[in-house]
Design a binder for this molecule. Structure first.
Ligand SMILES: [Zn+2]
Length: 609
């Protein structure tokens, strides 16, 4: 079963890369580009920056203290993509492993002297995830032996005591290694790492222990906090431990933390993180569009967590957030050519970024960069796209559920299905039965789809005799004896819609935006196009659709502001809009912004008075 996450119990079981085949389409194209371009791009930069050379002992060590983890993430991507370069790169890595299983190019000689910032266990976590991917796709080899020897070393060194790592990820990696090998000490080690956290297990740091979720035991926490990627990787591991040990209380704790975080600490795009200083969540409702951080890795971590919660509970809201995050964050994080990446993903950019094609030393999100000093995001995108088919559909006692729509084929038991769709541009999703069998087929109706319909078309019957019914958000089920040629046709309403923020989000008060299907839209200004600093819209105004190739763009009537420059931006009475001339405002899908060169951009638009 070729899955990054394969729980031994839960409401739903994932269908893996062996059961879901993706074909050309929104995601199929990106998965192919990832395999053909992005993986080689990452390899090239890791060589250029000397991070792979560190494993060959070439010259003084280069890169940050956690750069080994980037090679491991790339190895994981290669494992899912069945990439021919994997054995040779794994061989390079293996040479550094010491006799007792320890492996790290930075800390050898001063092992575990800085658990807060050293990232040694974090690096193992990614190595183990690469090993698990290889075991599931290929079987045992050099890479999987390196990974299990490292895991055994961790169990020997850390099973007793109170220590843990400043950056979680080893927790979920160890549980997955337990799932694939059946060796119980890996699960027990992960459980102890989870239970130690917050006692506390780490030294205090200037950001405070909340930064690495060591401020409160995980069972007592109310919300995700601190560094976003750390928080969501930890929560993913906690769900894994809870599921494998049958710990309902622990699972419920994470569900409650997720619920509050989604309700109060999540941007419209599904992005999480409002503070640049420590890459952390802000407080509740602290969601500024221009200072949104929304690291690409944080969105990947959010998808990993939501997927685990979906499998454990079957609750549709986890699949809904995954959809939002896939289309508006993961698709945004990588350029259309697969060779440059966003680290931060703000919802407003006031000043066009300066183009460059080298290493970006900052993480600000003005223009995608080919590489970063801290290049977690490109490798994370690569491994996620390489395993993406495993996130689309599940099986359960009740049959097959399809959570995300993109062209491809899904097999489960006797059933073989083909999904045909132009989603997310088009709202028609046809699920055609290629090989029949008995069972239920469930299709997710997204939370935004308030007037969806589902039709059943019997193979032999004419289309006029279709049974069509309205279906509410959630899962729409059809159970029957399926025959080849039968089809389900889901129609999702794709009219663009105005979206308003909660009034407690101070930074967005007085603004609106537009969504269409699962996509968030934005205004972008490139070159001599009208600037966006003073553009306002009238919510409820018509939104017209314009096809540009397959992409659906929107237009609406806008007002250009005409505020005179003043010496002081405050006064004793409200500022009117001083509306200037009317103009047509073009809106593009947020994930496509920044592909035409340096630009200003905004998702949230002021309401004209
Ligand atoms: Zn990152």
């Amino acid at each position: 079963m070729a899955n990054p996450v394969l729980p031994s119990s839960g409401v739903l079981s994932p269908l893996g890369l062996d059961a879901v085949r993706i074909s050309p389409g929104f995601w199929g194209d990106r998965v192919a580009l990832n395999r053909e371009v992005t993986i080689a791009h990452c390899r090239e930069w890791e060589e250029r920056e000397g991070w792979i050379g560190n494993f060959r002992g070439e010259g003084p060590r280069r890169g940050r203290e956690f750069s080994d983890s980037e090679i491991y993430k790339l190895l994981e991507a290669m494992a899912w993509a069945d990439h021919p370069d994997l054995p040779e790169l794994a061989e390079t890595v293996a040479r550094v492993q010491e006799g007792d299983g320890y492996i790290n190019t930075r800390w050898s000689g001063s092992r575990y002297t800085d658990l807060e910032w050293g990232h040694e266990l974090y690096c193992y976590g990614h190595l183990i995830q690469a090993g698990v991917a290889r075991l599931r796709m290929h079987g045992e080899d050099r890479l999987t032996r390196v990974a299990t020897r490292a895991a055994d070393h961790v169990c020997r060194r850390f099973m007793e005591g109170t220590e843990t790592c400043g950056h979680p990820v080893i927790e979920m990696a160890l549980v997955e290694l337990y799932r694939v090998t059946g060796v119980e000490r890996y699960l027990e080690m992960a459980r102890r790492f989870v239970e130690r956290r917050g006692l506390p297990a780490l030294a205090d740091i200037p950001f405070g222990r909340g930064y690495f979720q060591d401020d409160v035991p995980v069972r007592q926490a109310q919300v995700f906090r601190g560094h976003v990627v750390r928080a969501l990787y930890l929560a993913s591991g906690v769900v894994d431990v809870a599921v494998e040990t049958g710990d309902e209380e622990l699972l419920k704790a994470v569900e409650a933390q997720w619920e509050r975080t989604v309700a109060r600490r999540t941007h419209l795009t599904g992005g999480m993180g409002s503070r640049h200083q420590d890459e952390s969540f802000g407080e509740d409702y602290e969601l500024p569009p221009d200072r949104a951080y929304n690291e690409t890795c944080a969105s990947i971590a959010s998808i990993m967590l939501a997927h685990r919660l979906l499998l454990a509970t079957g609750d549709v809201r986890y699949a809904d957030l995954t959809e939002r995050t896939l289309y508006n964050m993961l698709a945004t994080g990588v350029a259309l050519d697969g060779r440059s990446f966003f680290y931060a993903n703000p919802l407003q950019v006031r000043v066009p970024a300066v183009p460059h094609d080298g290493v970006n030393h900052a993480a600000e999100g003005g223009l995608r960069s080919p590489w970063f000093d801290v290049s977690c995001c490109p490798n994370n995108v690569a491994r996620t796209l390489a395993s993406l088919p495993a996130y689309l559909a599940t099986s359960g006692a009740d049959g097959v559920r399809i959570h995300q729509y993109t062209p491809g084929e899904i097999s489960h038991g006797d059933l073989r299905l083909r999904v045909e769709t132009g989603y997310p541009w088009d709202g028609t999703v046809t699920v055609r039965v290629l090989e029949g069998g008995a069972g239920r087929i469930s299709l997710r109706v997204p939370a935004w789809a308030s007037s969806a319909t589902l039709a059943y078309q019997e193979a032999a019957a004419s289309p006029d005799t279709r049974e069509t019914r309205a279906v509410a958000p959630g899962y729409a089920d059809v159970e029957r004896e399926w025959r080849a040629g039968d089809a389900l046709v889901l129609e999702l309403p794709m009219e663009p819609r105005w979206t308003y923020p909660d009034r407690r989000i101070d930074a967005l008060r007085g603004c609106v935006t537009v969504e269409r299907g699962p996509l968030v839209y934005c205004a972008e200004s490139v070159g001599d196009e009208p600037p966006l600093a003073e553009v306002a819209v009238r919510p409820g105004a018509p939104l017209s659709e314009h096809a540009r190739g397959e992409v659906v763009e929107l237009e609406t009537e806008a007002v250009l502001g005409a505020s005179p420059a003043g010496p002081w931006p405050y006064r004793d009475r409200p500022h009117g809009w001083n509306g200037g001339p009317a103009a047509t405002l073009r809106l593009i899908p947020y994930h496509r912004w920044g592909n035409r060169g340096p630009a200003t951009m905004r998702v949230w638009l002021p309401v004209a008075d």
